[in-house]
Design a protein around this ligand. Sequence first.
Ligand code: PLP
Length: 429
Amino acid sequence: MHHFAYRDGALFAEDVDLRRIAAEVGTPVYVYSSATIERHYRVFEEAMRAINPSRPPHVFYAMKANGNLGVLKTLAALGAGADTVSEGEVRKALAAGFPPEKIVFSGVGKSEQELAFAVEAGIYQVNIETEGELDLLSRVAAKLGRRQEAVFRVNPDIGAGGHAKITTGSAANKFGVSFEEASRLYARAANMPGVRMMGLAVHIGSQIRETEAFEAAYAKMAGLVGSLRDEGHRVERLDLGGGLGIPYEIPKSFDHGPSLIQDYAAMVGRVTKGLDVELGFEPGRLIVGNAGILMTKVLHLNPRPSKQFLVVDAAMNDLVRPAMYEAYHEIWPVTEAAADAKQVAYDVVGPICESGDTFTTGRELPELRPDDLIAFMTAGAYGASMSSTYNQRLLVAEVLVKGAEYAVTRPRQTFEELLGTDRAPPWLA
Ligand SMILES: *Cc1c(COP(=O)(O)O)cnc(C)c1O
Protein backbone atom coordinates (compact mmCIF):
# COMPACT_ATOMS: atom_id res chain seq x y z
CA MET A 1 0.00 0.00 0.00
CA HIS A 2 1.01 3.62 -0.21
CA HIS A 3 0.07 7.05 1.11
CA PHE A 4 -0.90 8.92 -2.05
CA ALA A 5 -4.65 9.48 -2.15
CA TYR A 6 -7.31 11.97 -3.18
CA ARG A 7 -8.76 14.24 -0.55
CA ASP A 8 -11.44 16.78 -1.38
CA GLY A 9 -10.59 16.56 -5.06
CA ALA A 10 -6.80 16.86 -4.84
CA LEU A 11 -4.05 14.28 -4.70
CA PHE A 12 -2.23 14.27 -1.39
CA ALA A 13 1.06 12.75 -0.29
CA GLU A 14 0.22 11.81 3.30
CA ASP A 15 -1.23 15.09 4.65
CA VAL A 16 0.35 17.37 2.07
CA ASP A 17 -1.55 18.69 -0.96
CA LEU A 18 0.62 18.04 -4.01
CA ARG A 19 -0.58 21.32 -5.55
CA ARG A 20 1.18 23.10 -2.71
CA ILE A 21 4.46 21.34 -3.49
CA ALA A 22 4.08 22.19 -7.19
CA ALA A 23 3.49 25.84 -6.36
CA GLU A 24 6.37 26.10 -3.87
CA VAL A 25 9.01 23.80 -5.42
CA GLY A 26 8.00 23.77 -9.08
CA THR A 27 7.81 20.88 -11.51
CA PRO A 28 8.95 18.34 -12.42
CA VAL A 29 9.46 17.11 -8.86
CA TYR A 30 9.82 13.74 -7.17
CA VAL A 31 7.76 13.39 -4.00
CA TYR A 32 8.43 10.58 -1.53
CA SER A 33 6.27 9.43 1.38
CA SER A 34 8.06 8.59 4.64
CA ALA A 35 5.12 6.57 5.96
CA THR A 36 5.15 4.37 2.87
CA ILE A 37 8.90 3.74 3.08
CA GLU A 38 8.61 2.94 6.78
CA ARG A 39 5.71 0.58 6.26
CA HIS A 40 7.39 -1.36 3.46
CA TYR A 41 10.60 -1.70 5.41
CA ARG A 42 8.79 -2.90 8.54
CA VAL A 43 6.60 -5.41 6.71
CA PHE A 44 9.61 -6.85 4.91
CA GLU A 45 11.92 -6.90 7.92
CA GLU A 46 9.31 -8.51 10.18
CA ALA A 47 8.51 -11.19 7.62
CA MET A 48 12.19 -12.05 7.18
CA ARG A 49 12.80 -12.02 10.93
CA ALA A 50 9.95 -14.46 11.45
CA ILE A 51 11.71 -17.05 9.26
CA ASN A 52 14.13 -17.91 12.03
CA PRO A 53 13.74 -15.69 15.09
CA SER A 54 16.85 -17.17 16.69
CA ARG A 55 19.05 -15.85 13.86
CA PRO A 56 17.82 -12.37 12.92
CA PRO A 57 18.47 -11.50 9.28
CA HIS A 58 20.27 -8.49 7.90
CA VAL A 59 18.22 -6.26 5.64
CA PHE A 60 20.48 -4.15 3.44
CA TYR A 61 18.50 -1.55 1.51
CA ALA A 62 19.79 -1.51 -2.10
CA MET A 63 20.38 2.20 -2.30
CA LYS A 64 20.82 2.37 -6.05
CA ALA A 65 17.01 2.21 -6.23
CA ASN A 66 16.80 5.62 -4.55
CA GLY A 67 19.80 7.35 -3.01
CA ASN A 68 18.04 10.49 -1.82
CA LEU A 69 19.52 11.58 1.50
CA GLY A 70 16.11 11.92 3.14
CA VAL A 71 15.14 8.43 2.02
CA LEU A 72 18.44 7.00 3.22
CA LYS A 73 18.20 8.71 6.61
CA THR A 74 14.63 7.45 7.01
CA LEU A 75 15.81 3.88 6.46
CA ALA A 76 18.97 4.22 8.56
CA ALA A 77 16.80 5.44 11.45
CA LEU A 78 14.71 2.26 11.15
CA GLY A 79 17.83 0.15 11.61
CA ALA A 80 18.27 -0.89 7.99
CA GLY A 81 21.65 -1.66 6.50
CA ALA A 82 22.75 -0.53 3.05
CA ASP A 83 23.67 -2.48 -0.07
CA THR A 84 26.08 -0.36 -2.11
CA VAL A 85 27.59 -0.77 -5.57
CA SER A 86 30.20 1.99 -5.83
CA GLU A 87 32.51 4.06 -3.65
CA GLY A 88 30.10 6.95 -4.09
CA GLU A 89 27.32 4.83 -2.61
CA VAL A 90 29.52 3.67 0.29
CA ARG A 91 30.36 7.30 1.01
CA LYS A 92 26.76 8.39 0.77
CA ALA A 93 25.56 5.54 3.00
CA LEU A 94 28.08 6.59 5.65
CA ALA A 95 27.06 10.24 5.28
CA ALA A 96 23.41 9.25 5.73
CA GLY A 97 24.20 7.55 9.02
CA PHE A 98 24.36 3.86 8.12
CA PRO A 99 27.03 2.40 10.42
CA PRO A 100 29.88 0.75 8.48
CA GLU A 101 29.07 -2.58 10.10
CA LYS A 102 25.72 -2.53 8.29
CA ILE A 103 27.09 -1.82 4.81
CA VAL A 104 27.72 -4.42 2.11
CA PHE A 105 29.57 -3.62 -1.09
CA SER A 106 28.35 -5.45 -4.21
CA GLY A 107 29.07 -4.75 -7.86
CA VAL A 108 30.52 -6.34 -10.94
CA GLY A 109 33.73 -4.33 -11.13
CA LYS A 110 35.20 -2.72 -8.05
CA SER A 111 38.44 -0.78 -8.46
CA GLU A 112 41.43 -0.88 -6.14
CA GLN A 113 40.60 2.57 -4.84
CA GLU A 114 36.98 1.64 -4.17
CA LEU A 115 37.96 -1.52 -2.29
CA ALA A 116 40.58 0.33 -0.25
CA PHE A 117 38.04 2.95 0.75
CA ALA A 118 35.48 0.32 1.78
CA VAL A 119 38.01 -1.76 3.74
CA GLU A 120 39.34 1.29 5.56
CA ALA A 121 35.81 2.38 6.40
CA GLY A 122 35.33 -1.00 8.11
CA ILE A 123 32.31 -2.18 6.16
CA TYR A 124 30.54 -5.41 7.05
CA GLN A 125 31.02 -7.40 3.88
CA VAL A 126 32.33 -7.28 0.32
CA ASN A 127 30.40 -9.37 -2.18
CA ILE A 128 33.14 -10.64 -4.50
CA GLU A 129 32.11 -11.15 -8.13
CA THR A 130 35.31 -12.32 -9.92
CA GLU A 131 38.54 -14.18 -9.12
CA GLY A 132 40.51 -11.06 -9.98
CA GLU A 133 38.53 -9.12 -7.45
CA LEU A 134 39.31 -11.76 -4.81
CA ASP A 135 43.03 -11.29 -5.42
CA LEU A 136 42.72 -7.52 -5.47
CA LEU A 137 40.67 -7.37 -2.27
CA SER A 138 43.09 -9.59 -0.40
CA ARG A 139 46.08 -7.53 -1.55
CA VAL A 140 44.40 -4.21 -0.74
CA ALA A 141 43.19 -5.32 2.69
CA ALA A 142 46.48 -6.99 3.64
CA LYS A 143 48.33 -3.79 2.77
CA LEU A 144 46.03 -1.95 5.16
CA GLY A 145 46.67 -4.57 7.81
CA ARG A 146 43.07 -5.77 7.60
CA ARG A 147 41.25 -8.99 6.89
CA GLN A 148 38.01 -8.09 5.14
CA GLU A 149 34.95 -10.28 5.63
CA ALA A 150 33.55 -11.26 2.28
CA VAL A 151 31.19 -13.59 0.44
CA PHE A 152 31.20 -14.81 -3.13
CA ARG A 153 28.35 -13.65 -5.29
CA VAL A 154 27.54 -16.80 -7.21
CA ASN A 155 25.75 -16.85 -10.54
CA PRO A 156 23.22 -19.68 -10.15
CA ASP A 157 22.38 -19.75 -13.86
CA ILE A 158 18.77 -19.02 -13.01
CA GLY A 159 17.72 -15.61 -14.22
CA ALA A 160 14.45 -13.81 -13.77
CA GLY A 161 13.08 -10.32 -13.90
CA GLY A 162 10.49 -8.03 -15.36
CA HIS A 163 12.65 -7.27 -18.42
CA ALA A 164 15.78 -8.68 -20.12
CA LYS A 165 17.75 -5.63 -18.98
CA ILE A 166 17.10 -6.39 -15.32
CA THR A 167 17.80 -10.13 -15.37
CA THR A 168 21.09 -10.83 -13.62
CA GLY A 169 21.14 -14.47 -12.54
CA SER A 170 21.53 -16.23 -15.86
CA ALA A 171 24.95 -17.60 -16.85
CA ALA A 172 24.76 -15.32 -19.89
CA ASN A 173 24.69 -12.30 -17.55
CA LYS A 174 27.87 -10.63 -16.31
CA PHE A 175 27.13 -11.03 -12.61
CA GLY A 176 28.94 -13.21 -10.11
CA VAL A 177 31.40 -16.10 -10.17
CA SER A 178 30.16 -19.21 -11.91
CA PHE A 179 28.51 -21.85 -9.80
CA GLU A 180 31.09 -24.43 -10.86
CA GLU A 181 33.99 -22.25 -9.75
CA ALA A 182 32.69 -21.45 -6.29
CA SER A 183 34.31 -24.38 -4.53
CA ARG A 184 37.77 -23.83 -6.05
CA LEU A 185 37.65 -20.10 -5.26
CA TYR A 186 36.49 -20.70 -1.71
CA ALA A 187 39.44 -23.04 -1.19
CA ARG A 188 41.87 -20.50 -2.70
CA ALA A 189 40.49 -17.70 -0.54
CA ALA A 190 41.13 -19.70 2.63
CA ASN A 191 44.87 -19.18 2.15
CA MET A 192 44.70 -15.48 1.44
CA PRO A 193 45.87 -12.99 4.06
CA GLY A 194 43.43 -10.15 3.36
CA VAL A 195 40.05 -11.88 3.18
CA ARG A 196 37.91 -13.97 5.46
CA MET A 197 35.24 -15.84 3.53
CA MET A 198 31.96 -15.84 5.42
CA GLY A 199 29.57 -17.31 2.88
CA LEU A 200 27.70 -16.75 -0.34
CA ALA A 201 25.47 -14.21 -2.06
CA VAL A 202 23.06 -14.39 -4.95
CA HIS A 203 20.87 -11.85 -6.76
CA ILE A 204 18.99 -13.09 -9.82
CA GLY A 205 17.19 -10.02 -11.15
CA SER A 206 14.67 -7.31 -10.46
CA GLN A 207 10.89 -6.83 -10.59
CA ILE A 208 10.27 -10.56 -10.01
CA ARG A 209 6.64 -11.14 -9.03
CA GLU A 210 6.56 -14.84 -8.28
CA THR A 211 8.69 -17.05 -6.06
CA GLU A 212 9.54 -19.92 -8.41
CA ALA A 213 12.78 -18.56 -9.86
CA PHE A 214 13.96 -17.39 -6.43
CA GLU A 215 13.25 -20.84 -5.06
CA ALA A 216 15.23 -22.60 -7.78
CA ALA A 217 18.20 -20.28 -7.27
CA TYR A 218 18.09 -20.44 -3.48
CA ALA A 219 17.82 -24.22 -3.50
CA LYS A 220 20.99 -24.36 -5.58
CA MET A 221 22.71 -22.01 -3.15
CA ALA A 222 21.58 -24.08 -0.15
CA GLY A 223 23.10 -27.13 -1.85
CA LEU A 224 26.32 -25.23 -2.39
CA VAL A 225 26.45 -24.23 1.28
CA GLY A 226 26.22 -27.92 2.16
CA SER A 227 28.91 -29.04 -0.24
CA LEU A 228 31.30 -26.26 0.78
CA ARG A 229 30.84 -27.27 4.41
CA ASP A 230 31.48 -30.89 3.47
CA GLU A 231 34.77 -29.69 2.01
CA GLY A 232 35.61 -28.19 5.38
CA HIS A 233 34.81 -24.54 4.70
CA ARG A 234 33.14 -22.15 7.05
CA VAL A 235 29.88 -20.86 5.55
CA GLU A 236 27.98 -18.66 7.97
CA ARG A 237 26.18 -16.19 5.76
CA LEU A 238 23.78 -16.50 2.87
CA ASP A 239 22.89 -13.18 1.26
CA LEU A 240 19.80 -13.74 -0.90
CA GLY A 241 19.84 -10.41 -2.75
CA GLY A 242 16.86 -8.31 -3.75
CA GLY A 243 14.58 -8.41 -6.72
CA LEU A 244 11.07 -8.78 -5.32
CA GLY A 245 8.72 -6.94 -7.62
CA ILE A 246 5.91 -4.51 -6.96
CA PRO A 247 2.58 -3.87 -8.67
CA TYR A 248 2.83 -0.96 -11.08
CA GLU A 249 -0.89 -1.20 -11.85
CA ILE A 250 -2.19 0.16 -8.59
CA PRO A 251 -5.76 -0.57 -7.68
CA LYS A 252 -7.11 2.74 -6.44
CA SER A 253 -8.47 0.95 -3.40
CA PHE A 254 -4.87 0.11 -2.34
CA ASP A 255 -3.65 -2.82 -0.39
CA HIS A 256 -2.53 -5.07 -3.12
CA GLY A 257 -1.36 -6.96 -0.09
CA PRO A 258 1.92 -8.11 1.30
CA SER A 259 1.13 -11.63 0.11
CA LEU A 260 4.16 -11.84 -2.18
CA ILE A 261 6.39 -10.95 0.78
CA GLN A 262 4.70 -13.62 2.91
CA ASP A 263 4.99 -16.22 0.14
CA TYR A 264 8.64 -15.29 -0.33
CA ALA A 265 9.35 -15.59 3.40
CA ALA A 266 7.67 -18.99 3.55
CA MET A 267 9.69 -20.15 0.56
CA VAL A 268 12.98 -18.91 2.05
CA GLY A 269 12.11 -20.66 5.29
CA ARG A 270 11.47 -23.90 3.44
CA VAL A 271 14.62 -23.75 1.33
CA THR A 272 16.99 -22.70 4.13
CA LYS A 273 15.46 -24.88 6.85
CA GLY A 274 18.10 -26.48 9.03
CA LEU A 275 20.90 -24.68 7.19
CA ASP A 276 21.81 -22.59 10.24
CA VAL A 277 23.10 -19.58 8.33
CA GLU A 278 22.69 -15.88 8.90
CA LEU A 279 20.39 -14.64 6.13
CA GLY A 280 20.84 -11.35 4.33
CA PHE A 281 18.44 -9.54 2.01
CA GLU A 282 18.97 -6.62 -0.35
CA PRO A 283 15.56 -5.20 -1.27
CA GLY A 284 15.51 -1.96 -3.24
CA ARG A 285 12.45 -1.45 -5.41
CA LEU A 286 10.16 -3.16 -2.91
CA ILE A 287 11.00 -0.59 -0.22
CA VAL A 288 10.81 2.63 -2.23
CA GLY A 289 9.00 1.89 -5.51
CA ASN A 290 5.50 2.97 -4.68
CA ALA A 291 6.70 5.39 -2.00
CA GLY A 292 7.44 7.96 -4.70
CA ILE A 293 5.80 9.80 -7.56
CA LEU A 294 7.06 12.13 -10.25
CA MET A 295 4.80 15.15 -10.55
CA THR A 296 4.87 16.98 -13.86
CA LYS A 297 2.97 19.80 -15.54
CA VAL A 298 1.26 19.74 -18.90
CA LEU A 299 3.05 22.20 -21.21
CA HIS A 300 1.25 21.79 -24.52
CA LEU A 301 -1.17 19.72 -26.51
CA ASN A 302 -0.17 18.63 -29.99
CA PRO A 303 -3.20 17.24 -31.79
CA ARG A 304 -2.72 15.12 -34.89
CA PRO A 305 -5.37 13.60 -37.11
CA SER A 306 -4.81 10.17 -35.57
CA LYS A 307 -3.64 10.98 -32.06
CA GLN A 308 -3.22 13.55 -29.35
CA PHE A 309 0.21 14.27 -27.89
CA LEU A 310 0.35 15.58 -24.36
CA VAL A 311 3.69 17.35 -23.87
CA VAL A 312 4.73 17.50 -20.20
CA ASP A 313 7.68 19.16 -18.48
CA ALA A 314 9.23 15.88 -17.30
CA ALA A 315 11.26 13.82 -19.75
CA MET A 316 13.19 10.60 -20.14
CA ASN A 317 16.20 12.15 -18.42
CA ASP A 318 14.07 12.51 -15.27
CA LEU A 319 12.35 9.11 -15.47
CA VAL A 320 13.98 6.73 -17.94
CA ARG A 321 12.09 3.54 -17.08
CA PRO A 322 9.48 3.75 -19.86
CA ALA A 323 12.16 4.45 -22.50
CA MET A 324 14.63 1.93 -21.16
CA TYR A 325 12.46 -0.95 -19.94
CA GLU A 326 9.14 -0.28 -21.68
CA ALA A 327 7.94 0.25 -18.13
CA TYR A 328 4.36 1.14 -17.25
CA HIS A 329 3.52 3.92 -14.80
CA GLU A 330 0.01 4.83 -13.80
CA ILE A 331 -0.83 8.47 -14.41
CA TRP A 332 -3.09 10.23 -11.96
CA PRO A 333 -4.30 13.80 -12.45
CA VAL A 334 -3.37 15.83 -9.38
CA THR A 335 -6.77 17.52 -9.44
CA GLU A 336 -9.27 14.69 -9.31
CA ALA A 337 -11.37 14.46 -12.43
CA ALA A 338 -15.15 14.45 -12.21
CA ALA A 339 -16.63 10.99 -12.54
CA ASP A 340 -18.20 11.97 -15.87
CA ALA A 341 -15.09 13.76 -17.24
CA LYS A 342 -14.43 13.27 -20.93
CA GLN A 343 -11.73 10.64 -21.54
CA VAL A 344 -9.04 11.24 -24.13
CA ALA A 345 -6.37 8.83 -25.39
CA TYR A 346 -3.02 10.58 -25.02
CA ASP A 347 0.55 9.90 -26.04
CA VAL A 348 2.32 11.44 -23.05
CA VAL A 349 5.73 12.74 -24.12
CA GLY A 350 8.56 14.85 -22.76
CA PRO A 351 10.42 17.73 -24.41
CA ILE A 352 13.59 15.76 -25.28
CA CYS A 353 14.70 15.43 -28.89
CA GLU A 354 14.16 11.67 -29.12
CA SER A 355 11.06 9.78 -30.12
CA GLY A 356 11.93 7.44 -27.26
CA ASP A 357 11.04 10.26 -24.88
CA THR A 358 7.55 8.84 -24.62
CA PHE A 359 6.04 7.84 -21.29
CA THR A 360 3.02 6.08 -22.73
CA THR A 361 0.93 5.85 -25.90
CA GLY A 362 -2.83 5.87 -26.29
CA ARG A 363 -3.43 6.19 -22.56
CA GLU A 364 -7.03 7.02 -21.62
CA LEU A 365 -6.99 9.95 -19.23
CA PRO A 366 -9.50 12.58 -18.23
CA GLU A 367 -9.17 15.51 -20.61
CA LEU A 368 -6.18 17.69 -19.69
CA ARG A 369 -5.14 21.25 -20.42
CA PRO A 370 -1.85 23.17 -20.28
CA ASP A 371 -0.75 23.85 -16.68
CA ASP A 372 -2.65 20.84 -15.34
CA LEU A 373 -0.57 18.67 -13.02
CA ILE A 374 -0.27 14.90 -13.36
CA ALA A 375 1.61 12.32 -11.32
CA PHE A 376 3.55 9.32 -12.60
CA MET A 377 2.84 6.85 -9.84
CA THR A 378 5.23 4.23 -8.45
CA ALA A 379 8.27 6.26 -9.47
CA GLY A 380 10.21 5.99 -6.20
CA ALA A 381 12.61 3.30 -7.42
CA TYR A 382 15.02 3.74 -10.33
CA GLY A 383 13.51 7.16 -11.04
CA ALA A 384 15.58 10.04 -9.68
CA SER A 385 18.51 7.67 -9.11
CA MET A 386 18.76 7.06 -12.87
CA SER A 387 18.19 10.65 -13.93
CA SER A 388 20.67 12.62 -16.01
CA THR A 389 21.15 16.07 -17.47
CA TYR A 390 20.63 14.94 -21.08
CA ASN A 391 19.66 17.90 -23.28
CA GLN A 392 21.26 20.13 -20.58
CA ARG A 393 18.18 19.72 -18.43
CA LEU A 394 18.48 20.36 -14.71
CA LEU A 395 18.32 17.43 -12.32
CA VAL A 396 14.86 17.64 -10.79
CA ALA A 397 14.01 18.53 -7.22
CA GLU A 398 13.21 15.79 -4.71
CA VAL A 399 10.88 16.23 -1.76
CA LEU A 400 10.27 14.03 1.27
CA VAL A 401 6.89 14.20 3.00
CA LYS A 402 6.28 13.24 6.60
CA GLY A 403 2.72 13.69 7.83
CA ALA A 404 1.73 17.30 7.25
CA GLU A 405 5.33 18.40 6.70
CA TYR A 406 7.54 18.29 3.67
CA ALA A 407 11.18 19.10 3.01
CA VAL A 408 13.15 19.61 -0.18
CA THR A 409 15.82 16.96 0.31
CA ARG A 410 17.43 17.74 -3.02
CA PRO A 411 16.89 21.19 -4.47
CA ARG A 412 16.48 21.48 -8.19
CA GLN A 413 19.90 21.82 -9.80
CA THR A 414 20.79 25.34 -10.87
CA PHE A 415 22.16 26.41 -14.24
CA GLU A 416 25.31 27.58 -12.43
CA GLU A 417 25.80 24.04 -11.11
CA LEU A 418 24.97 22.46 -14.45
CA LEU A 419 27.32 24.60 -16.51
CA GLY A 420 29.85 25.50 -13.83
CA THR A 421 31.79 22.23 -13.82
CA ASP A 422 32.69 22.39 -17.53
CA ARG A 423 36.22 23.54 -18.44
CA ALA A 424 37.31 24.90 -21.79
CA PRO A 425 40.52 23.41 -23.16
CA PRO A 426 43.40 25.90 -22.84
CA TRP A 427 43.73 26.31 -26.62
CA LEU A 428 40.14 27.56 -26.81
CA ALA A 429 39.94 29.43 -23.54
C1 PLP B 1 19.98 -3.86 -7.80
C2 PLP B 1 20.39 -4.82 -6.78
C3 PLP B 1 19.54 -5.11 -5.72
C4 PLP B 1 18.16 -4.55 -5.57
O1 PLP B 1 17.28 -4.99 -6.54
P1 PLP B 1 15.72 -4.64 -6.40
O2 PLP B 1 15.10 -5.28 -7.58
O3 PLP B 1 15.60 -3.16 -6.45
O4 PLP B 1 15.24 -5.21 -5.12
C5 PLP B 1 20.01 -6.01 -4.76
N1 PLP B 1 21.23 -6.56 -4.85
C6 PLP B 1 22.08 -6.29 -5.86
C7 PLP B 1 23.42 -6.91 -5.88
C8 PLP B 1 21.69 -5.42 -6.86
O5 PLP B 1 22.52 -5.15 -7.87
